[in-house]
Design a protein around this ligand. Structure first.
Ligand code: FAD
Length: 399
């Protein structure tokens, strides 16, 4: 009997806590917690960077590197700013992601949704699930700002009767998913992605909260906002803001996971539909429809959304260039100076798509340097061509 099994079904998932094939670059996407570990050498985003091949497989073409918007944001048909007319209380932004997933279940487009709830004891401890009912999707709303093994439920998917599945996830999870998608026995896979950057382990998150917030234990939600401040929402509903420039960079340099310091898929290139915020005006979400499947997903909720065209204002380049040595040296400004700088940059700084480019440039230059210093042997193959072109616009320290 076992002789006819697909090869992956004979593979053994790794035990929790054991060393992963990507070693310290592992982003804990969950693939190795399943028998799909059989494909890890090809599928892992940190062992085998293959964004252009997977873009062609998913969207029928790679991004056009000569188109300045595609260079930054990947293959897309349509881009817009949107918000729910009736936001979902407790969602990360207005809850567009949860709403799309719930509608897909309600309309019978899918029988299951891979998403991530939290443990009973800890609101930030991720617990990936296959939601079968809208309430289970709703229970997964809001970011768990930690590495999350979303793909750990893939073995259950293949063993279930699910034929149409929606997966919600961040770039590294979706790269691995796309690489094994044909092995899952599905008729249709829909992928709803969010951008992602600077993720942390659960203990790293604790350090970040303790160094940055005045009340780390009561934080229920936080976001690096387009106004150049981190907004922490606390249990009592109050909002605490801390300017980016006031971050204790010297203490936080090691807090981000090495995988995230080596990632160039900020905008989730392989999702059908991406819902973030950074290309939209403050308070709005940013939507990228990458292909026909993404369009179908968005259509389901359009009557619940206000939309407006994306805009772009300002020039990010000087700010990015200046931030490279400042970050490198771990410069931390006194709070009064950080607040002043935040207020000035909010007035005259990049907005809309230019803010998104500012964030991409700052992270890609930082990550390129990190890779060059720590994994020089990976530099050529791990950095996608689009990221090399973005980084080439800046002068980086020699060593
Ligand atoms: C770690 C992280 C960093 C992000 N950074 C950026 C950024 O820099 N720029 C930007 O534009 N957008 C970023 N986003 C996306 C943004 O914060 C919102 O998640 C997105 O706009 C959706 O908001 P919403 O209200 O529609 O989501 P909700 O309706 O609240 O749903 C959130 C969904 O996210 C999923 N989720 C939560 N945590 C994780 C996780 N750790 N891994 C995978 N899936 C998860 C849940 O399953 C849930 O379905 C980030 C998201 C995450 C998880």
């Amino acid at each position: 009997m076992t002789r006819n099994l697909p090869l992956h079904k004979k593979a053994k998932a790794l035990k929790p806590g054991s060393r992963r094939p990507a070693k310290e670059l592992c982003s804990e996407c969950g693939l190795c917690d399943t028998y799909f570990i059989h494909y890890v050498k090809e599928a892992c985003a940190f062992i085998n960077q293959q964004i252009d091949k997977l873009e062609a497989q998913t969207h029928t073409r790679c991004r056009n590197l000569d188109n300045p918007d595609e260079l930054y944001f990947g293959v897309y048909q349509e881009m817009m700013a949107a918000r729910k007319t009736e936001p979902i209380p407790g969602a990360q932004w207005t809850g567009i992601v949860s709403t799309i997933a719930m509608e897909m279940l309600n309309k019978g487009m899918v029988e299951g949704v891979v998403c991530v709830q939290n443990s009973k004891e800890d609101r930030f401890q991720p617990v990936p699930v296959i939601a079968r009912h809208p309430e289970e999707v709703l229970a997964a709303r809001v970011n768990k700002p930690t590495l999350s093994p979303n793909l750990s439920v893939l073995e259950q998917v293949e063993k279930s009767e699910i034929k149409n599945l929606l997966v919600i996830g961040v770039g590294c999870q979706i790269q691995a998913l796309r690489a094994v998608e044909k092995r899952l026995g599905l008729e249709k896979l829909y992928v709803l992605g969010t951008p992602c950057v600077d993720n942390v382990t659960r203990s790293g998150l604790q350090k970040f909260l303790e160094t940055t917030s005045k009340s780390p234990d009561t934080v229920v939600h936080y976001e690096f906002m387009q106004d150049f401040r981190i907004h922490f929402r606390h249990e009592d509903g109050s909002v605490e803001t801390v300017p980016f420039f006031g971050l204790k960079t010297n203490q936080l340099k090691d807090v981000f996971a090495p995988s995230c310091m080596s990632c160039f898929d900020y905008v989730n290139s392989l999702a059908d539909l991406v819902v973030g915020y950074m290309g939209a005006p403050f308070g709005w979400q940013w939507i990228l429809v990458r292909n026909e499947r993404g369009k179908q997903m968005l259509e389901l909720v359009k009557n619940q959304l206000q939309t407006q065209p994306v805009t772009s204002k300002g020039d990010r380049k000087t700010a990015v260039q200046q931030s490279i040595p400042a970050y490198d040296r771990g410069v931390t400004l006194p709070m009064w100076a950080a607040k002043l700088m935040g207020a000035v940059i909010e007035k005259i700084g990049p907005k809309g798509l230019e803010y998104a480019r500012f964030s991409i440039d700052s992270h890609f230059t930082r990550n390129y340097l990190y890779l060059k210093r720590n994994y020089p042997q990976k530099l050529q193959t791990h950095v996608p061509e689009f990221a090399k072109r973005i980084v080439e616009q800046y002068k980086l320290p020699e060593s």
